[in-house]
Design a protein around this ligand. Structure first.
Ligand SMILES: NC(=O)c1ccc[n+]([C@@H]2O[C@H](COP(=O)([O-])OP(=O)(O)OC[C@H]3O[C@@H](n4cnc5c(N)ncnc54)[C@H](O)[C@@H]3O)[C@@H](O)[C@H]2O)c1
Length: 497
């Protein structure tokens, strides 16, 4: 049986009422009056309800964001004032970190250790991009035109920027779509996943408390096929940044054609994690499991294809099975839990279906599957699962499962593993465990992925570009790359003669 910590009183209070959206600085219901139930994935209970936006609500949010961009004090605000507001908000996020973490744990199920980490990272991300506000520069260029011509560039904000985000790290995914655009003077409209709007709506209150002008940050809640679609296809939205599945990413590209929106996509993955026989064995075991079981495997760059060198394959897998038994599966409010539930009954069914498909195609489930203990039965729990005898062509090695499931594949030598690692439509992450740095560089260079971790995994930082090759995405987030992604560059020539 699990012992749960008491829900943070401010988190309990926040969820005790139906949630509204924030448009133009006002807390509003959807025009239709419709509401969506928000469930706790640890026990299936309804936490609260959220307003269910449709096209008219999206139109209102776009009007508010456009007004704030064109007319409001925001567009005239000096960079140091924008930075000051962002730093104030970072402090408020930190002060309310426990509440935000409890809201995320309630809403998407993961342990407090994870959600507290995300709340801290959210504050850090605001601080990092607050620094950029005062550091935007242009360039001057030499000119070969006869006479005196002065040629320079300046950076300008794009305008109204939409962010559409998934449920697997609700606060953090949203924050990454707010910080960089605000630093350079855009206004934003964010749509969280219909499953997990709670922490972002609390963040919206903090945005107001920090003193941002109305309409600079707008939050609409609702479903992807209605509100999300209306936002991505809106002719007065200048940019859409999307994190989610590759299938929806393709629709976003199609919809963006309406007014040639700028687009950034962070999509799915099927990342290869390569364990060489010369690796530090204990460290490799720890990395291999953290890479795929953390956040219950609901991570776009999860190391879900585990390539283990033939000489150590059998031993490594039996030790991985033992290792995975130490991960306590349970309610995220139980401080001993390491693995929380999946987001929904639908997602649990989908993950369990992949385990069936894998076994039908010849893989062997060494450990894992549905959690059937009495206190977990109502929630959407799947245990850490190790699938052996997998080959790279099987469905479970090619399709993104988005659960705590690792497919282990034997390999022989660097060239073979580079070839196998790249045999996927995705290209988001990759991991390598070896004590031979020459080998590490060779394999890292050979992998067609946006991120590679050597003897570590799961690291991302606000100052370092993150994104995918192939069907894992378009563009980069974090670091200077996000500043580029949220600015236009204007080129100006002046005849000085
Ligand atoms: N690359 C990354 O940085 C990253 C990070 C986290 C998650 N992901 C990916 O996200 C996926 C899991 O999340 P999900 O199931 O919520 O993804 P999803 O694509 O179903 O939904 C993501 C968001 O898009 C919205 N949406 C759905 N249909 C839409 C449409 N037609 N138009 C506009 N918006 C629409 C949803 O409401 C949600 O807010 C996985 O594939 C995972 O790999 C990627």
């Amino acid at each position: 049986m699990s012992t749960l910590v008491a829900l943070n009183p401010k988190a309990a209070e926040f969820t005790s009422k139906p949630l509204k959206m924030m448009i133009g600085g006002k807390w509003v219901e959807a025009v239709s009056g419709k509401r969506t139930e928000i469930r706790n994935p640890a026990d299936g209970s309804v936490i609260t309800t959220a307003a269910e936006a449709d096209k008219e609500d999206v139109d209102a949010a776009v009007r508010a964001a456009r007004k704030a961009f064109e007319e409001g004090p925001w567009s005239r605000m000096k960079p140091n004032q924008r930075a000051k507001l962002m730093l104030k908000l970072a402090d408020l996020i930190e002060e309310n970190g426990e509440q935000l973490a409890h809201l995320d744990t309630l809403d998407y199920g993961q342990p407090l250790s994870t959600t507290l980490g995300f709340a801290g990272a959210a504050a850090d991300n605001f601080r990092y991009y607050a620094g950029w506000a005062t550091k935007l520069t242009g360039e001057t260029h030499t000119s070969s035109i006869p006479g005196e011509v002065f040629n320079y560039t300046r950076r300008e904000p794009l305008g109204v920027c939409a962010g559409i985000v998934p449920w697997n790290a609700p606060l953090m995914n949203a924050v990454m779509k707010i910080t960089a655009p605000l630093a350079v003077g855009n206004t934003v409209i964010i749509k969280p996943s219909e499953e997990t709007p709670i922490s972002l709506l609390r963040l919206a209150e903090l945005v107001q408390e920090a003193g941002f002008p109305d309409g600079v940050v707008n939050i609409i809640t609702g479903h992807g096929s209605t509100a999300g679609d209306a936002l991505a296809s809106h002719p007065d939205v200048d940019k859409v940044a999307f994190t989610g599945s590759t299938a929806v990413g393709k629709k976003i590209i199609q919809n963006s054609a309406v007014n040639i929106k700028k687009v950034t996509l962070e999509l799915g993955g099927k990342s290869a994690h390569v364990i060489f026989a010369d690796a530090d064995y204990e460290q490799a075991l720890q990395n291999a499991s953290n890479a795929v079981f953390w956040n219950s495997g609901q991570v776009c760059f999860a190391g879900s294809r585990l390539f283990v060198e033939k000489g150590i394959y059998d031993n490594f897998l039996s030790d991985l099975v033992e290792y995975s038994k130490h991960y306590k599966v349970g309610n995220g409010l139980d401080e001993s839990s390491v693995i929380g539930p999946l987001i929904s009954a639908k997602q649990k069914k989908r993950v369990l279906n992949y385990l069936d498909i894998g076994q039908r195609e010849g893989a062997e489930m060494l450990i894992g599957g549905e959690a059937t203990e009495a206190d977990l039965r109502d929630g959407y729990f799947v245990k850490p699962t190790v699938m052996a005898n997998v080959n790279n062509d099987m469905t479970i090695a090619q399709e993104e499962i988005f659960g705590p499931v690792v497919s282990a594949i034997p390999f022989e030598g660097e060239d073979e593993v580079i070839r196998l690692a790249n045999q996927t439509e995705y290209g988001l992450g990759g991991g390598i465990c070896t004590t031979n740095l020459k080998k590490a560089h060779k394999v890292a260079h050979g992998m067609n992925t946006g991120n590679v971790w050597v003897n570590t995994y799961n690291i991302t930082e606000p100052n370092s570009p993150f994104g995918g090759y192939k069907q894992s995405g378009l563009g980069r987030e974090n670091g200077a790359a996000s500043i580029d992604a949220y600015t236009e560059v204007k080129n100006i020539w002046i005849d000085l003669n």
